[in-house]
Structures are given as C-alpha cells and as structure tokens.
Design a protein. Structure first.
Length: 173
C-alpha cells in the first residue's frame, strides 16, 4: 500500500512540477529572457560568402560598442553598403544581422521586410538558432536577447505576409 501511495505521489510531483515550469516560462517577463535561453539554441554556421558581407558591419558594430566616441557614421556606412547589395548572399546576410543588437532603429529588419517573401525561408533558417560567423568570435553582448530576437523575427514575418514595406507600415505601431 505504501508503495502505491509513493508512486501516486511521485506521479503528481512530476506532473505538477512540469506544469509549474511551463507556467513560469510562459509568464516570464521579457527582460528576464536572455543569454541562457540563447545558448540552448542550435548554432548555425553562416556560409563564408555571407560572412564576407557581414564582417565589415559586425566589426564596425563591435568597435562602436567597445570604444566610446567611435564614429557611428562608419557603422551606418557599412550597414548601408550591405543593404544596397543584391542577391541571395546579401539577403541572407541581412537576416543574420537581425540576430545582432544593432540598436533601436530596426533598420536591419526594415531591409529584410523590404525584400519581401523571398526572405521567409531565410528567416525560418535563423529564427531558432544562434548565428556563428566563421573567422570571428563576437561576444554574447553583441547578440539580441532571445526575446528581442523572437519579437524581431516574428514581426518581420508578419510584415512580409501583410505586404508591408517596413516596420513603420504596422498600423499597431
């Protein structure tokens, strides 16, 4: 009899323990989601042809974030040069850039949205992974938190599916 009670008790403990974890993870505040969640995501090695396009932008971003007084204009120029490039490697580079914390402007998301439906498979490729740039080891602080990345990627998918041309077209703000 004691064995049956113990088994039932253990079953309830596991069931309620799991429910508690699920409830906590779904109600967790966005600011608490972050690096540990990002580390559990799969690593996606960016193709070299894409990495070649990304390195100038990410190197400038790294310089900008590490040195106070570094010229933000150089970062803007590097991003602008990438955004003007066409082709599948440039498309993928822009999506990978959405994984990085480029600031609050959302220019990288707007560049992806402006290219339309062809970007959806690339968004799907990187949405649940952590981009690894060959030849570089960018610090974790350069990446968006898991929450901010999820919001950015979901927003881009929504915008593309609605036919919007940028995040500014969202009627909800």
């Amino acid at each position: 009899m004691k064995l049956k009670i113990w088994v039932v008790f253990c079953g309830f403990s596991v069931a309620f323990g799991t429910m508690g974890v699920d409830a906590q993870s779904t109600t967790e505040k966005p600011s608490k989601l972050g690096s540990t969640q990002a580390q559990s995501r799969k690593t996606i090695v960016v193709p070299e042809q894409v990495a070649v396009l990304l390195r100038p932008v990410l190197d400038e971003l790294e310089q900008y974030r590490s040195q106070s007084g570094h010229d933000e204009h150089r970062l803007d120029e590097a991003f602008g040069a990438l955004a003007k490039k066409q082709g599948r490697f440039a498309d993928e580079a822009l999506v990978v850039l959405m994984c990085f914390d480029m600031g609050e402007s959302q220019e990288e998301a707007d560049a992806v949205i402006a290219r339309g439906r062809r970007m959806l498979p690339l968004i799907k490729k990187y949405q649940d992974g952590t981009a690894k740039i060959p030849g570089r080891n960018y610090g974790e602080s350069m990446f968006k938190t898991a929450y901010r990345k999820d919001v950015a990627f979901q927003g881009a998918v929504k915008a593309i599916k609605h036919g919007w041309h940028s995040t500014a077209d969202n009627p909800q703000g």
